[in-house]
Design a protein around this ligand. Structure first.
Ligand SMILES: Cc1ncc(COP(=O)(O)O)c(C=O)c1O
Length: 413
């Protein structure tokens, strides 16, 4: 079998739809300034799919800092990996400020969240160690597990009894192998909006010997009294041994960081292959991130605004009978009953006739027969945006229940 022939027969779970979905459902082009109102295929849309939680992407001070960083240093600077030739005082300043903000002694910058997480896991464990992880973990955690040469045990999503059982199994194993146990979960699960049960996991340390790594991609900047993250929200900052956050969401940038004890952070500095053998974060991004962090820390009203939008949206949807699953964060999933064709027709109706752009999730990511519309509120949405969305959702949900989308398919022109 020729590899190209094999691939031509099966383009993968999402790729198989590319002929009709490309440019509309997948790889859509949202144009104009990053904001709640952007252009999609030449028409203005109210957009609910950007993780620009605090609205920093287009904040004038952020834009000015990004521009100045680019003007002063250019995109090439610094050249090389941090360890070899790509370090700078700004990279180190950002690390110190991040560490202090998330309540850890030290932090290390990562070029990308995804590969950073893979590499954190890879560097922490060897074949004698056992990883215990949540069943709904993000793809980057799963890829990190793929590199692990030892055993891994999955526990049912957010199920502490199941986690306990897997910790019992893991404990027996490491007693023989002489290894240790690493538990991995997320601070906020980005699809469902559920918080990981960090506090309960930390409590399990009284019964078992393990270290806890959390991926707080969505929680950093949004959760907790100061926005430090989900560990702050749940009052267990010290119980989280390794904290990971990305800049791709509330910070509206790119890159990520890992924070831990001084010794562990130094270990990451010298042992994470994705950082040792890759070029450092570009200086304009680092300069821009320093500004973003300053704004995030000093403007709690941004987070308050995000929560006003999120709670008004969620309250309104619930009052109208919508099923929002188990979310207890700003991530707002709306679950509807319907098949794939109905889901695509409904999404197109929302876009074409109501001018509302949101992401849609279907089988195999969620069970067959369910449609998830995923809404991401931000600090720059308005209450009028919320009202317009509530009205549109009521109408499309009625149409779905009446079988309208079974009979009315829309063609992408
Ligand atoms: C939970 C989680 N972890 C990691 C990542 C990857 O982060 P980045 O976009 O910075 O590579 C994401 C982004 O989608 C995420 O949602």
């Amino acid at each position: 079998m020729d590899i190209f022939e094999k691939i031509a027969k099966h383009m993968g779970p999402i790729g198989q739809h590319h002929k009709w979905s490309h440019g509309y459902f997948s790889f859509p082009k949202l144009e104009g300034d990053i904001a709640p109102h952007m252009n999609f295929r030449g028409k203005e849309h109210l957009v609910w799919s950007l993780n620009n939680y605090l609205g920093l992407a287009n904040h004038p001070e952020v834009r000015a800092a990004d521009e100045k960083g680019a003007a002063d240093f250019g995109m090439a600077y610094p050249m090389g990996a941090r360890m070899m030739s790509g370090n700078s005082k700004y990279h180190e300043q950002l690390e110190q400020e991040l560490a202090a903000f998330v309540g850890k002694p030290d932090a290390f910058l990562l070029n990308y969240g995804y590969q950073g997480m893979v590499s954190i896991i890879d560097s922490l464990v060897d074949r004698n160690d056992v990883i215990v992880y949540d069943a709904e973990s993000h793809a980057c955690i799963i890829d990190g597990l793929r590199l692990h040469m030892g055993k891994r045990f999955v526990y049912k999503h957010n199920d502490i009894e199941s986690a306990r059982k897997q910790l019992e199994r893991a404990t027996k194993l490491v007693e023989q192998s002489g290894g240790g146990i690493l538990v991995i979960t997320e601070g906020v699960f980005g699809m469902s909006g559920a918080q990981g049960k960090l506090k309960e996991l930390v409590e399990l340390k009284k019964e078992f010997n393990f270290r806890l790594l959390i991926d707080d991609a969505h929680g950093f900047g949004t959760m907790g009294p100061t926005g430090a993250g989900t560990h702050e929200e749940q009052g267990c900052i010290d119980g989280v041994d390794v904290y990971f956050g990305t800049f791709a969401k509330s910070m509206a940038g790119i890159g990520a960081f890992v924070a831990s004890t001084e010794e562990m952070t130094n270990f990451f500095r010298y042992n994470m292959r994705s950082q040792t053998f890759a070029k450092a974060l570009p200086m304009p991004m680092v300069i821009g991130l320093l500004k973003r962090l300053e704004l995030l820390k000093n403007n709690p009203e941004l987070r308050e605004r995000l929560w006003t939008i999120a709670t008004t949206l969620q309250k309104g949807l619930k009052e109208r009978g919508f099923d929002l699953g188990v979310t207890n964060t700003m991530v707002t999933p709306v679950f509807l009953k319907g098949e794939l064709l109905e889901a695509t027709a409904l999404t197109m109706d929302l876009r074409e006739n109501y001018g509302i752009f949101c992401s849609i999730v279907v089988y195999p990511v969620i069970p067959k027969g369910l449609i998830e519309l995923r809404l991401i509120p931000t600090a720059v949405h308005t209450l009028e945006d919320v009202q317009r969305t509530l009205d549109a959702f009521s109408e499309v949900s009625d149409k779905l229940k009446n079988g309208y989308y079974k009979e009315n398919q829309f063609a992408i022109s």
